[in-house]
Structures are given as structure tokens and as C-alpha cells.
Design a protein around this ligand. Structure first.
Ligand code: 0WD
Length: 254
């Protein structure tokens, strides 16, 4: 049995086979976990089932975190079916294109609120719903990017949003620590996904990473999966409140 044998986890953020969450879901399953997965809407569903059909996935439900009641319905289904939860991966982000492509200075109040709601506050809502199900402790994982700390060209308003997400990881780690609920974030280098394609000149980030990261190689979703599987395993039992870069060392460079 793998290191996640007997564990049950929720994966939010598989959009297609290229999604970081898809790499994580496969790694969780490989290590023996049983999953609940969500898809954004009916249009996305077939791309998600391509992944989940091959995995031990007990529950598959729609979840647009902005749609009233959908996140709650997922947790209700988990409560009915499992009565407990060991880990959650939150791997979603969104900013309206106009705000993403504008200067941070010009971000609209509505665009800012939407980006923060989908990409950050939904993590807090997920944590709150998971808390009562993590009776024997658990792990919450978020997906972030170094644009939180450094000004990365064209990352725009997602930089401040990821900074807020990382801060939420630290605060919730302190708040939930006494219940043995650990909270961490993975910070991958650039990966060509659909979300990434919304960032202008994203291929420049890929080129730079491949050329300049110490390991001279791009991080893959399988690499993120291996790290995620470790983080939700008992082997990471004393690890909480951290932001872990997985980028071949690119974060070390100026
Ligand atoms: O280089 C990258 N790709 C990096 C991504 C580097 C570092 C971090 N990340 C982060 C992203 O910011 C995000 O938090 O990883 C996370 C996962 O993103 P991804 O795997 O790169 O992208 P993708 O496969 O597109 O998955 C993100 C999904 C959305 O996809 P689309 O393409 O439809 O925007 O987030 C989901 C959606 O499936 N999503 C939502 N899910 C529920 N409710 C919502 C929503 N309202 N909005 C977007």
C-alpha cells in the first residue's frame, strides 16, 4: 500500500489533462488515496472525466466556487459518502481578462474582487467547510506563484492576489494547527496550462525558466504531483504554513 492508503481527498481545479491538479490527482491515486474531484461546468466535464475515469474517484461533481451552494454541495456529498476528509487540493485561479491584461494600477474594483474571490477567498471557504470533516487532522494545499513576491511581467493583478493567498496559508496554518490540520502552498515554475495561456507573453516565462533555472528544465505537472502527494502524507506531519517552490531553483535568481 502507498503512503496515502486509506486517505480520502478532494481535488478542485482539474480543467483538462494539462492541469496541475490532474498531475496531483494522479499522484494521490498512485499513492493509494481515493478522491473526490470537481469540474467547473458541463462544458469542462468531458475533459475532467478523461482524467478521473482512470482514477479511484468516488465523487465527481460540478463546482464553480462562485455559484451559490455548489461548494457546499460537494462537502455535503463528502459528508454523506465518507463522513471524513484527509486532504484538499485547491488549484484554481481566475481574473477577468481586461483586469489581468491591464496595469495593476488600473485594476477595476470588480475585477479585483472577482480575482480575489475565486483565487483566494474560495480557499478560505474550502478550509472552513473541510475543518469539521478533518476530525483526525488533515492537509490543505493551495497553488501559488512567485509573482506574489516579485514583479513578473504580465502577471499583473494575480501577483497581489497570490500574495493574499499565501498570507491566508500562513494565518490558517496557525489557526488550524491545534487541530492537526496542516496548510501549505506549492509554488511551481511556469507550466503551459490553460490558465497560463491567459497571461500575455507566457511563453517568455517558459523560455526564461528552461534557459536560466539552475536545473535547466521546466517543471512538469508530475513533479508537482509528487510534491503534493508528499505534503498530504503523514511523512510531512510537522510541515505547515510553508510556501514550497518547485521550479528547478529559478526562485533563487534575481
Ligand atoms: O504556470 C502555471 N500554470 C502556474 C499555475 C504556476 C504557478 C501556479 N499556478 C496556479 C494557478 O494560478 C492556479 O491557482 O496553479 C493553479 C492551477 O492552474 P493551472 O493548472 O495552471 O490551470 P488550469 O488547468 O487552467 O486550471 C485552473 C482552473 C480553471 O481552468 P480555466 O482554464 O477554465 O480557467 O481553475 C478553475 C478552472 O477549471 N476555475 C474555477 N474552478 C471553480 N470555480 C473557477 C471557479 N469560479 N474559475 C476557474
Amino acid at each position: 500500500p502507498g503512503s496515502l492508503a486509506g486517505k480520502r481527498g478532494l481535488v478542485i481545479g482539474i480543467a483538462n489533462e494539462h492541469s496541475i491538479a490532474a498531475g496531483c490527482a494522479r499522484a494521490f491515486a498512485q499513492a493509494g488515496a481515493v478522491l473526490t474531484a470537481t469540474y467547473l461546468n458541463e462544458k469542462a466535464r468531458p475533459f475532467v472525466t478523461t482524467i478521473t475515469d482512470a482514477l479511484p474517484c468516488d465523487i465527481l461533481m460540478p463546482c464553480d466556487v462562485q455559484a451559490e451552494g455548489q461548494l457546499e454541495a460537494v462537502f455535503e456529498a463528502i459528508t454523506q459518502r465518507w463522513g471524513k476528509l484527509d486532504f484538499v487540493l485547491h488549484s484554481i485561479a481566475f481574473a477577468p481578462a481586461a483586469d489581468l491584461h491591464s496595469r495593476v494600477v488600473d485594476c477595476s474594483a470588480q475585477g479585483f474582487a472577482t480575482a480575489m474571490d475565486v483565487s483566494c477567498h474560495s480557499f478560505l471557504r474550502t478550509a472552513k467547510l473541510a475543518e469539521p470533516l478533518m476530525v483526525a487532522g488533515g492537509t490543505l494545499l493551495a497553488m501559488t506563484y512567485i509573482g506574489s513576491e516579485r514583479v513578473i511581467p504580465h502577471y499583473g493583478i494575480m501577483g497581489p492576489v497570490k500574495a493574499a493567498l499565501e498570507s491566508c496559508v500562513r494565518y490558517t496554518a496557525v489557526e488550524l494547527g491545534p487541530k492537526k490540520i496542516r496548510v501549505n502552498a506549492i509554488s511551481p515554475g511556469p507550466i503551459a496550462t490553460r490558465a497560463a495561456s491567459g497571461i500575455e507573453h507566457f511563453s517568455d516565462l517558459l523560455d526564461t525558466a528552461a534557459r536560466e533555472a539552475p536545473e535547466k528544465e521546466l517543471v512538469k505537472i508530475e513533479d508537482c504531483g509528487d510534491l503534493a502527494a508528499f505534503l498530504v502524507s503523514d511523512a510531512a506531519r510537522m510541515l505547515t504554513g510553508t510556501i514550497i517552490p518547485i521550479d528547478g531553483g529559478e526562485h533563487l535568481l534575481g
